[in-house]
Design a protein around this ligand. Structure first.
Ligand SMILES: [Zn+2]
Length: 269
């Protein structure tokens, strides 16, 4: 599932590829891909692409009068192609120059065309961006404190608490910070919050630079090079110990019993 690093990498590639081009129409073959009928989506978005940004796990394509919010869902990918190929794609932006941006293999993803007001509302809906300059260890402590007795893992993947983190990078950051996913979110000391903040920034920057994790394929067909240190790995990438798999809030979670001491009374939740 594409998380912050993959979506950030995609936003960077799209910025270079589509800013300044003109959207002619929006197409969707799959039901539920668009939030409004295709004709309406096309009418709203038609015009110049002014910018491309990322918010949480979505790419935001800024047009002249509306924005397109792209979510790759599970295993989806974005690809540039000729407009003729847009017909068969689950979702597509077709440009006036004969090219198109296709969304393919999208399961549970979407292409939503939103007005400026709707865009602002959706922008505010997610929690703080972990790589924003204003987001320091204290801001992380505040975000986690709001989650109180929830597990650390559940708090990290909650998009209203923190934007863009999913299953994979939560496990990676918790290993680097040497924190157990079943710790209570509100129980971290200042030192532990500082460690987790540093770990999140390190892992996310590293993964962006690597073009995302190995299962992700970028806009130009290149697979990511980020290899997980612990998520779904048999051995810990820090110390080499055998890892344990547990379910935390219904999510498959991998921990290292040597690097991540379990809290008292912790059970699989
Ligand atoms: Zn370890």
């Amino acid at each position: 599932v594409p998380e912050l690093p993959e979506v950030e990498h995609l936003a960077q590639q799209l910025r270079a590829a589509i800013v300044g081009r003109t959207v002619e129409r929006v197409q969707a073959r799959r039901r539920g891909m668009l939030n409004i009928p295709p004709d309406e989506a096309s009418a709203r978005l038609r015009g110049l692409v002014r910018g491309v940004e990322r918010r949480a796990k979505e790419v935001v394509v800024r047009g002249e009068r509306a924005s397109a919010w792209l979510h790759l869902g599970l295993g989806g990918r974005a690809r540039l192609a000729d407009a003729a190929e847009a017909e068969g794609a689950p979702g597509a932006l077709v440009f006036g120059d004969g090219g198109a941006l296709l969304l393919e293999d999208v399961f549970m993803g979407h292409l939503h065309v939103l007005s400026p007001d709707e865009t602002e509302a959706r922008w505010q809906r997610s929690g703080p961006e972990p790589l924003a300059s204003a987001f320091d260890a204290r801001a992380l402590a505040q975000a986690l404190a709001q989650k109180g007795r929830a597990s650390l893992k559940a708090a990290l993947v909650d998009q209203a608490c923190l934007a863009g983190i999913g299953n994979l990078y939560a496990d990676e950051a918790l290993l680097i910070a040497r924190l157990h996913p079943l710790r209570r979110a509100g129980s971290l000391t200042d030192d532990e919050c500082a460690r987790l903040h540093a770990a999140l920034c390190q892992i996310l920057r590293e993964a962006i630079a690597a073009g995302g994790e190995e299962g992700y394929v970028d806009l130009h067909g290149t697979p990511g090079r980020y290899r997980p240190r612990i998520h779904r790995q048999p051995r810990c990438g820090r110390c080499g110990s055998a890892t344990q798999a547990l379910r935390v809030s219904g999510r498959m979670t991998t921990v290292c019993p040597a690097c991540q001491p379990a809290p008292d009374g912790a059970r699989d939740a």
